[in-house]
Ligand binder design. Sequence first.
Ligand code: PHE
Length: 343
Amino acid sequence: MEQLLQQIEAYKQEIAAIVPNGADSLEAYRIKFLGTKGIVKNLFGEMRNVPNDKKKEFGQILNEFKQFAEAKYEEWKQSTAISHQSSKNEIDLTLPGNALPLGTRHPISLVRNEIVHIFGRLGFSVAEGPEIEDDWHNFTALNLPENHPARDMQDTFYINQNPDWLLRTHTSSVQARVMEKQKPPIRIICPGRVYRNETISARAHCFFHQTEGLYVDENVSFADLKQTLYFFVQEMFGKDVKIRFRPSYFPFTEPSAEMDINCRICGGVGCNVCKHTGWVEILGSGMVHPKMLENFGIDSNKYTGFAFGMGIERICQLKYRINDLRLYSQNDVRFLKQFTSAV
Ligand code: PHE
């Protein structure tokens, strides 16, 4: 008995002194102490040589020793697993990375980018202006003085804190912003969001997107306007597209025209989108009103210009056959991930 206790004490010291190092020596340890022919098993075998009155005491000592040996094993096993894992993370640079799921671009962004790209090839650069505008840039500078009936064409959101502030109703405000800073030649497009106080439905929304275009230089004519826009729709919709201009009215252009293209949905035979006319309006345009040029100190005898404003949602509708404006802002991923574009 005495001898056995001494031996257990010696094993304990041996175990306590071990510094865990690697999976191989861990297995050797397991076999030596905890295996079926190991030390712990053997010590339990000695039980039969212990006198009956000491069996209980010895049994307790043995159990403690067994737990001590097992605890060492678990501790060792865990430290081996951790170092195995961290050495993998730090060293194996050849492991494939975790794939990041890719999102898709919003159809409005796709069409806007394509518009910017097409006009970019004609030398138009992008200009921007604020969505919260003042009366001057959105209306007055554009030849729409206070009480002008044409202001009613656009149901404006005004801002409570200041009666002079509003949410821009069109990107034409950026024309004013550019002309007050820049002198001709001016050749810019301005894509952006605009706001109108409309009841939300499939065909109307309280916000939507436009792209403005402005070209001011010497000898700019209506023929340039027409040819520029014709080039644009051919690039956007294909060479077979047909265009037509209808006389119209905008206070900041004279003469003014709205441009239609033949319906891309039905090919011109008539459908809901073209209201059975075969034609769909995509933009308003015209020659920049001389008064507007003068508002910004640009000599209207020397310079002329054209301007246009198109609805991005409308282009999107014709390109991707989206027939409900509300879809653009509902963030339904099933809708959003369907679209791809050339640029
Ligand atoms: N701003 C006009 C609209 O929102 C469109 C337009 C722009 C017309 C430029 C002529 C010239 O309806």
